[in-house]
Design a protein around this ligand. Structure first.
Ligand code: FDA
Length: 311
């Protein structure tokens, strides 16, 4: 309820102004975001790789409204991939990138989907040159169809292009069945957006049940599942199902967000699992931060208390 209200309120210009200008915000952002620049991102990525973790870098930004900006975001990814390669961080896919289709043009009024597809293809080509992969983030439910269409259209040329499936959507088990094929890379998460009851489950229990069902489908198939959750119960279920499916530890990976349950990230990696950290950087962190606050009432309470005490 609180989560839905916060996500809805986040579109308000006033709330955005309050959150982005409050001095305390910087401290909170620093917990979830590597920094503003590529240099910050590379430094954080290097630290995580040194600790035995893998990384997926996300250049923050979404809902791009003009063609030039979509092209600039694409250039940033291409340059990031060259830097990762130059520093030896992308070797064997150790550091890859995650891309939001709306950041590279999906919502543009004219030919948005075509623009996004072309820009994503440019990023995929740079990733291939760098010896690594790209995963398409999944945004609001209205973007699922165009995002999966882009995935299908680009996969013949870039077979290792991955995507995200969100278990809060009623359609997701069906999507997982279709995507549990050889060569596919599917990141399974619960979903950080809100959606109407016709398309999304309303209760946490139903979202978790659907997650477990999707897990079973992906782990039983021949693809490469990427289990993106911090939920201890689902992580345990995933481990047991992977064993039951006869999977080796290098045939799937766990994924978590930068700054969330870092000790668990290390514990899993030290126990022999592949663990990838989703590492955002850039100055356009507002939407990302609001989703992290909305996910966990304790984060929001901490943030509001800090605002009040320093205001
Ligand atoms: P849940 O929310 O139940 O949390 C389980 C436990 O994790 C909590 O009890 C707490 O300990 C910890 N935790 C979770 N969130 C926290 C937070 N914000 N702060 C502190 N602790 C927290 N979503 C989406 O819609 N599209 C996408 O493309 C992606 N991509 C993505 C990539 C990766 C690698 C991850 C890990 C997640 C995403 N997500 C996403 C976000 C995802 O949908 C979801 O909102 C969050 O992962 C939180 O859900 P959990 O599965 O962790 O469970």
């Amino acid at each position: 309820m609180l989560r839905r209200a916060l996500l809805a309120a986040s579109a308000s210009g006033t709330l955005r102004r309050i959150i982005t200008t409050a001095p305390v915000t910087r401290d909170v952002v620093g917990r979830f975001v590597a920094g503003d620049t590529v240099t910050d991102a590379l430094a954080a990525a290097q630290q995580l790789l040194d600790a035995g973790l893998l990384v997926s870098l996300d250049y923050l930004g979404e809902d791009t409204e003009d063609l030039q900006h979509a092209s600039d975001v694409t250039d940033e990814y291409v340059s990031l991939l060259r830097s990762l390669s130059g520093a030896g961080l992308s070797d064997g896919g150790a550091a890859e990138v995650s891309v939001k289709p709306t950041a590279v043009g999906l919502d543009l009024p004219d030919h948005g989907e075509k623009t996004a597809r072309e820009n994503i293809a440019r990023i995929c080509a740079a990733a291939r040159d760098a010896g690594t992969t790209v995963t398409l983030d999944m945004e609001e439910h209205t973007r699922v169809e165009p995002t999966l269409r882009i995935l299908r259209q680009l996969q013949p040329e870039f077979p290792d292009l991955g995507c995200v499936i969100q278990s809060y959507l009623r359609r997701s088990a069906e999507d997982c069945s279709a995507l549990a094929v050889a060569g596919s890379r599917v990141r399974l998460c619960k979903g950080a957006y809100s959606a109407p009851a016709q398309v999304a489950f309303g209760s946490r229990a139903d979202v978790d049940r659907c997650y477990a069902r999707c897990l079973r489908l992906l782990l039983a198939g021949p693809g490469y599942p990427m289990i993106a959750t911090h939920d201890p119960r689902l992580i345990k279920i995933a481990g047991l199902r992977a064993i039951a499916a006869g999977r080796s530890p290098d045939s799937f990976e766990y994924q978590m967000l930068y700054g969330i349950r870092p000790a668990e990230q290390l514990r899993l990696a030290r126990a022999g699992s592949r663990v990838r950290v989703y590492l955002p950087y850039g100055s356009d962190w507002y939407g990302y931060l609001v989703r992290r606050l909305a996910e966990r009432p304790a984060n929001l309470t901490f943030f509001l208390r800090s605002l009040a005490s320093r205001g």
